[in-house]
Design a protein around this ligand. Structure first.
Ligand code: BEZ
Length: 247
């Protein structure tokens, strides 16, 4: 997926806003070195900087990293792929917010993170867990099915059981692991859901012409209105899997 860093910051900045809750799990140790994996435009990397000696923000998107470097010129950012990273015993903490549900191979991901940690290094992460955006995805799938198109999810919303097994297989000891519901208001009032769908279902919508796309988005709104419209805003049914683990 090609990320639009400007749109992301103006419409989806709740991603980093909510991620701030995860920062409180970072121990208070000024000597530590932290990797912010999937740092996006660097909002949380900038917060993490006050908890440590050194933080590096890494993201797979060139556009996001360019924006991060412009916004926070004093910090270090790199384009990088979590499945190809080859850090060895380098980090005290790998931190990641709202990223792992984009990665299908959680086994390789956790193996890479394990190798990258030193001492009794920690993984502090949160991402979409099992059932995340279930109402939105089901609604979208139903609408596309009715138009003869098969929707295949592009997300890996893990269960706690699967993630627990992979953490243990890769040599982690689990400190916290749970899924919680985090209903999330989408910005822009009535347009919130269609804006969200235009960004995150872009590759599916691209198979349709403009008029069909408008119809799909209207149908999606109709399908999920009872569950997700609170009278003023669309409230997405986000479910977060939070994991804190050490080696
Ligand atoms: C999430 O953060 O849960 C998410 C964001 C975009 C698409 C799907 C899930």
């Amino acid at each position: 997926m090609k990320w639009n860093s400007k749109l992301y910051d103006s419409k989806h900045d709740f991603v980093s806003e909510y991620g701030k809750g995860l920062l409180e799990f970072i121990p208070n140790d000024k000597n530590q070195k932290i990797l912010d994996l999937g740092c996006g435009t660097g909002t949380l990397t900038n917060e993490i900087a006050s908890y440590c000696q050194y933080v590096l923000g890494v993201d797979g998107s060139k556009e996001m990293i360019e924006q991060a470097k412009i916004t926070y010129p004093e910090l270090e950012f790199e384009v990088g792929n979590a499945l190809k990273m080859s850090y060895e015993s380098q980090w005290d903490i790998v931190f990641s917010n709202a990223v792992f549900h984009w990665i299908f191979d959680h086994n390789l991901l956790l193996a890479n993170i394990k190798s990258s940690l030193r001492g009794s290094g920690q993984l502090i992460c949160e991402f979409g867990g099992h059932g995340n955006i279930g109402t939105i995805e089901t609604g979208f799938k139903n609408v596309l099915n009715s138009m003869g198109y098969d929707y295949i999810s592009k997300f890996n919303f893990s269960t706690t059981e699967k993630f627990e097994a992979l953490l243990e297989k890769n040599g982690f000891t689990i400190d916290e692991l749970f899924i919680y519901e985090r209903p999330t208001i989408l910005k822009d009032g009535e347009k919130g859901l269609s804006n969200w769908a235009k960004q995150f279902f872009a590759s599916d919508l691209a198979n349709f012409n403009k008029a069909e796309q408008e119809k799909i988005l209207l149908e999606l709104e109709k399908q999920v209105k009872n569950m997700l419209w609170d009278g003023s805003n669309w409230v997405a049914d986000y479910k977060r899997l939070r994991a804190i683990a050490h080696i």
